[in-house]
Design a protein around this ligand. Structure first.
Ligand SMILES: Nc1ncnc2c1ncn2[C@@H]1O[C@H](COP(=O)(O)OP(=O)(O)OP(=O)(O)O)[C@@H](O)[C@H]1O
Ligand SMILES: O=P(O)(O)OC[C@H]1O[C@H](OP(=O)(O)OP(=O)(O)O)[C@H](O)[C@@H]1O
Length: 230
């Protein structure tokens, strides 16, 4: 028997995830050619490495196809309804920090709060005959946040990347996206609303609540968690 550990296959989270495990005596490595998505785990027996897109790890955990997985809290909360019934956070890993925020053009001098955004949205609809568009890939989190914040007259438009560019491209009036250094927002002449973020995210190790609970797998899981100190 083995347990499956899902980690991001590329990008900013992969290298830091490998480092985090390595510092705790569990060596993760990619095997095969540079482009082959196969890997190995040394330091604990019975653990199989599965390399996946960070965005797919929440679904794989929820389905129990992987037992453990590293991804951002933002992706888990966005993609899993009642996420805490499907996965259990075991450890925050201290990297991949990003805030999910709402941003508007910097030239909207009258819009700094959610109340201002609501007023601007109502005025926009009256003037243009359609609802203000907010581009995002975080539909669930943003909808909940705006409902709580009393913003009504808007529509979400889907943007799976380069979201800050949608305003210049005239496909949205505002955006809801993650930011870490703030450089992308500044470069696109956007300002963050002066409100708490929708969500503060970081890379986190999650355990699937559907994980195989056979005695042997429990033992492997326990050994791995003890080794990692989580
Ligand atoms: N600029 C950033 N700084 C820090 N963390 C970021 C930044 N952008 C994204 N992240 C975090 O990295 C994680 C993975 O995001 P990313 O967009 O790379 O994954 P993805 O959607 O699976 O992409 P892909 O399908 O291309 O692998 C998310 O949890 C996100 O919060
Ligand atoms: O605050 P910053 O440090 O500038 O980072 C923020 C940017 O990083 C992410 O984009 P990513 O690089 O994942 O590309 P994407 O837009 O294609 O998703 C995010 O969507 C922002 O665009």
């Amino acid at each position: 028997m083995t347990i499956k550990l899902g980690v991001p296959s590329k990008g900013r989270l992969m290298e830091k995830t490998f480092d985090w495990f390595g510092e705790r005596g569990v060596t993760l490595s990619r095997t095969g050619s540079e482009r082959e998505y196969s890997g190995a785990v040394d330091g604990v027996d019975g653990v199989e490495l599965v390399l996946l897109s960070a965005g797919e790890i929440p679904r794989e955990l929820a389905a129990g196809r992987i037992d453990l997985g590293v991804t951002g809290t933002d992706l888990v909360r966005e993609k899993l309804v009642q996420w805490d019934q499907k996965v259990e956070p075991l450890a925050e890993l201290g990297f991949g920090f990003a805030d999910l925020i709402i941003a508007v053009p910097a030239c909207w001098v009258d819009v700094d709060t959610l109340d201002d955004l609501d007023a601007a949205a109502a005025a926009f609809r009256a003037k243009h005959g359609f609802r203000m568009r907010i581009a995002t890939k975080y539909h669930r989190l943003v909808r909940d946040y705006l409902r709580m914040g009393g913003v009504a007259d808007y529509q979400l438009v889907d943007s799976q990347g380069a979201t800050e560019g949608t305003i210049r491209n005239l496909t949205a009036e505002a955006v809801a996206d993650i930011t870490s250094t703030g450089e992308t927002l500044r470069a696109n002449h956007l300002k963050i609303l002066d409100e708490p973020p929708v969500l503060k995210s970081q890379a986190t190790l999650f355990r699937s609540r559907l994980s195989d609970k056979s005695d042997e797998n429990r033992e492997i899981m326990q050994t791995l968690c003890n080794t990692l100190g989580v």
